[in-house]
Design a protein around this ligand. Sequence first.
Ligand SMILES: NC(=O)c1ccc[n+]([C@@H]2O[C@H](COP(=O)([O-])OP(=O)(O)OC[C@H]3O[C@@H](n4cnc5c(N)ncnc54)[C@H](O)[C@@H]3O)[C@@H](O)[C@H]2O)c1
Length: 364
Amino acid sequence: MPRTEHPRVENADHPLPGAGSVSRTSARPQTPAGVEVLVPGTPGAPVVLITECDHDTFDAEIAVARQAGVELRLAQARTAEELVAAAAGAAGLVVQYAEISAAVLDALPGLQVVSRYGVGVDSVDVAAAAARGVTVCNVPDYGTEAVSDHAITLALTASRGVARLDRGVRAGRFDLQAVRPVGQVRGSVFGVVGVGRIGHATALKARGLGYEVLGFDVLAPDADGELHGVPVAPLDEVLRRADVVSLHTPLTVATHHLVGRRELALMKPTAVLVNTSRGGVVDTDALVAALGEGRLRAAGIDVHEEEPVPVGHPLTRLENVTLTPHLAWYTEESYTELKRRTVENAVEAIAGRVPRNVVTEETR
Ligand SMILES: NC(=O)c1ccc[n+]([C@@H]2O[C@H](COP(=O)([O-])OP(=O)(O)OC[C@H]3O[C@@H](n4cnc5c(N)ncnc54)[C@H](O)[C@@H]3O)[C@@H](O)[C@H]2O)c1
């Protein structure tokens, strides 16, 4: 399964032989060695190269390329040198893990766009791209439905102790003692921290199930009003009142360990914490202590401070934790949408139109 939300950064600032010495040319070279042509283009058609990704099909990308009349190529380049050789003459690069440094950009003078599968563009030197007139694109919202589905799944699974009960049945325990007391949804409060795209979608789904929803967002930090139709309150009040706290902020300096020892102490001992945002938003040591000492009922955690989670990690020894491997973004629909829109962004830029999602230093 693809690991789109995990940029694997290799080849950092790899100095390239001859970088910067290549003259700009519009001539299209022969297909370089090791490059597979997925969609042949007519002579003179712009070339888009997909490189270093772990997708197992390219149907969505091929459909977009055919429609747009671009030549689509694939090369699993592992080093900056391999990437530059494979991308010679390409107008567009579609990347998942590849490090796109200033040196790589200098070695690809015909490049017009770098389009990344996913949200984060940490692996692309956005400032260097802007300085060279290369557009950088991402797909920031492909996982809104999938992540909110997963947050609700973890909330219900953790609240009802489903994973623990499943392990119990397999071990011959056929009763409910291990998970008592379980409360019902109606009448329970679902706290949403970060009422953005995913937080809002999660809030609507939680409300549909019968939860009372209460949000907190830095955009409305102290308000007693609403944000996007979700009632909001200060963070401490959300933590005190909620039976489920679901985290949906980005990881920033301000949100690093947003939920730590103090915040966990504010939560009800019967409450459940769900994290599908980023591992660093929660102080994992404080969470392990709270769960282990019965100060928090359960947790459902998709994102982790260390990924993959090391074998034997303290979280994995706790019965009241449900863990998933940073896959909240994944459904077949979101996966296809991600692949389609990544190539759409590239072909839009090459056609001289403004792609749907452009990343700049200001907007990232
Ligand atoms: N687990 C996964 O597979 C997966 C997939 C996609 C996204 N994500 C995570 O989900 C996060 C949210 O995605 P989104 O599309 O909803 O982003 P978004 O930008 O639409 O929403 C984020 C919200 O958080 C709020 N926020 C920022 N700082 C805050 C703070 N200090 N306190 C409270 N609120 C704060 C913002 O105001 C905004 O409303 C992403 O940043 C990413 O970390 C995870």
